[in-house]
Design a protein around this ligand. Structure first.
Ligand SMILES: Nc1ncnc2c1ncn2[C@@H]1O[C@H](COP(=O)(O)OP(=O)(O)OP(=O)(O)O)[C@@H](O)[C@H]1O
Ligand SMILES: [Mg+2]
Length: 278
């Protein structure tokens, strides 16, 4: 038990916190937001959804964030994944934020180790499952910060605590931006491709990072620009596997654009162009 958990006052029991979250979600359902992608949590799935992601400690943290800032409330779920769920929330100014909550899961923590070991920013790798997940979430926060600082299009990181990451919301009102994968007919394909190549290059040369899971699944399309998300597994360019991950990212992007009909340049040449400054 940490000091923070010790001061868990009666007001914040699991029951009251859950019912608070439920009532937020109820309110959202009443608003009947016209949105295909935000999944409103229905009654039958509600308890299992919340219980699977929100362990007691996470629920406690979320309520604290709602009580003391920076959050006002959590609304609909944008995405439910294996490792994390992403929610739409609002900050104290009523502005939308995206809240990514990592699940505390043993299998996940096992493969996460591969990306943490070898990264000079993380000298000691914890054994405890929650600590690995917290480190992972903080890694995503740090990677976002690094990329954002050099002017790359990623969501601006706002807050990190344990397994809860709050970042800039990419979307239009209640509608989160679609992933490239979800778009049927893309316009200006070659410009978009150039933008993504320059993202890869600048991420490597200016932020000293390799994304490591770049594909049409992790690129949002917002006002005709790509915004790259899901940077938790990104490694520094010194990581022993950085170049393998870079080659894989390039391959994914080229494969996708080839499939949608773009005439591609030589991927190897691009790879050497990215790494050449070293
Ligand atoms: N900042 C954001 N603004 C709007 N939508 C977002 C944002 N971040 C993530 N999303 C949405 O949530 C989805 C999942 O996010 P992300 O890719 O970061 O998680 P993930 O690690 O892939 O989760 P999993 O692999 O467990 O499915 C994205 O595909 C996107 O639709
Ligand atoms: Mg993803």
């Amino acid at each position: 038990m940490t000091d923070e958990e010790d001061d868990l006052d009666e007001e914040l029991t699991k029951e009251t916190v859950e019912s608070k979250l439920y009532s937020n979600i109820d309110a959202l359902e009443k608003q009947k937001i016209d949105n295909k992608r935000i999944r409103l949590i229905d009654d039958s799935k509600r308890r299992s959804t919340l219980n699977s992601v929100f362990d007691e400690r996470t629920i406690y943290q979320l309520t604290k964030l709602e009580k003391n800032g920076p959050l006002i409330k959590i609304e609909g779920m944008i995405s439910a994944g294996k490792e994390a769920n992403v929610y739409l929330g609002y900050d104290q100014d009523g502005k939308e934020v995206a809240i990514k909550i990592y699940k505390i899961d043993n299998n996940t923590s096992k493969w996460m180790r591969n990306y943490i070991v070898g990264d000079p920013r993380f000298k000691k790798v914890p054994h405890n499952i929650s600590k690995i997940i917290f480190l992972w979430a903080s890694k995503e926060y740090k990677n976002l910060k690094r990329a954002h600082k050099v002017g790359l299009r990623v969501p601006k990181p706002i807050f990190i605590k344990n397994n809860i990451l709050i970042m800039e919301y990419i979307g239009d009102g209640p509608n989160p931006a679609p992933r490239l994968k979800d778009i049927k007919e893309l316009k200006n394909i070659s410009l978009l491709f150039e933008d993504i190549l320059s993202f890869i290059k600048n991420l490597y040369q200016k932020a000293n990072l390799v994304h490591g899971d770049l594909s049409e699944f992790n690129i949002l399309y917002n006002n005709q620009y790509p915004v790259v998300i899901d940077v938790s597994q990104a490694v520094t360019t010194q990581h022993p596997k950085a170049e393998v991950y870079l080659a894989r990212d390039i391959k994914n992007v080229f494969t996708y654009f080839g499939r949608i009909g773009l005439k591609l340049p030589n991927p190897q040449e691009f790879y050497f162009e990215v790494i050449k400054h070293e």
